[in-house]
Design a protein around this ligand. Structure first.
Ligand SMILES: N[C@@H](CCC[C@H](N)C(=O)O)C(=O)O
Length: 258
């Protein structure tokens, strides 16, 4: 089977994109893991299928690089928006469905894409960390120097803690800066540090606002570049009007044989 794909990256979080509107591509877990493998395949943190939707412009199906379908991917949501625009399916304003519901996205000046995320219903705060779901589950661990953390070792240990099984959790090592945050993420399903995680930086920004209410806009430094998250809090532990803003860059296109 020959598959046409395009490769995108959003702040260094990279994805294989496949147009599956005709439902001609049916991939097994092993095949997806193979395509995402950085030595034997194309190489990516995840793979997305763009499928038809009755309610919106398209439906996003997201798989982690281990080949398993997973929950929402924020950087992926921006990249599939750019993919749909490049395919000529949509203009600047886009409406799509994903596993967590409806999302609208927009191309904004400077070539960035703004993605509307689902509301956050609850933030749990602990002494050393916070836990919340921004479409995917996130553990936000407060650190004094993000650049010194052994993200693979410490992230993997938290991700595998008994309390988070069987689904696991993504772990964001978050340093408060004077003008924003530094975040490094260990992603479940990739089972490694990625260059950035959209739902992860969203979780970090909301958790970092603490008990304050009001409107917030946070710049987040990651290994793959800068992302911005804006949101509104009516109560200390909920958030709405959440937007993830950042790049979604076409890398190359090609075909691969399976
Ligand atoms: N990189 C993504 C998150 C992808 C999903 C995550 N690995 C999970 O399984 O929860 C993002 O940008 O949000």
């Amino acid at each position: 089977m020959t598959i046409r794909f395009q490769k995108y990256q959003g702040a260094g979080n990279d994805f294989i994109l496949i147009d599956n509107r005709e439902k001609q591509v049916q991939l097994t877990t092993d095949q997806i893991a193979h395509l995402c493998h950085r030595r034997f395949g194309i190489g990516a943190d995840g793979l997305m299928l763009l499928e038809r939707s009755e309610k919106s412009d398209f439906h996003m199906v997201y798989f982690n690089s281990d080949g398993n379908e997973s929950t929402m991917c924020g950087n992926g949501g921006r990249c599939i928006t750019a993919f749909a625009q490049r395919l000529g399916l949509v203009n600047e304003k886009v409406l799509f469905t994903a596993i967590d519901g409806l999302h609208d996205a927009m191309l904004i000046p400077g070539g960035l894409i703004s993605l509307h995320m689902q509301d956050v219903a609850e933030v749990k705060h602990y002494n050393t960390h916070s836990i919340l779901n921004t479409g995917s589950p996130h553990y936000v661990k407060w650190v004094s120097n993000a650049q010194e953390v052994d993200v693979f070792k410490e992230g993997r240990a938290i991700r595998n803690e008994e309390a988070f099984q069987p689904k696991g959790i993504n772990v964001n090592f978050t340093q408060l800066l004077n003008d924003g945050l530094w975040v490094r993420t260990y992603e479940r399903g990739v089972e490694d540090e990625t260059y950035s995680c959209g739902t992860g930086v969203t979780a970090a920004a909301i958790a970092a606002s603490g008990p304050a209410t009001g409107s917030f806009k946070t710049a987040i430094q990651t290994l793959g570049g800068v992302l911005e998250v804006s949101f509104v809090k009516d109560t200390p532990d909920t958030a709405r009007e959440i937007y993830l803003i950042g790049p979604a860059v076409f890398v190359y296109e090609g075909t691969v044989n399976l």
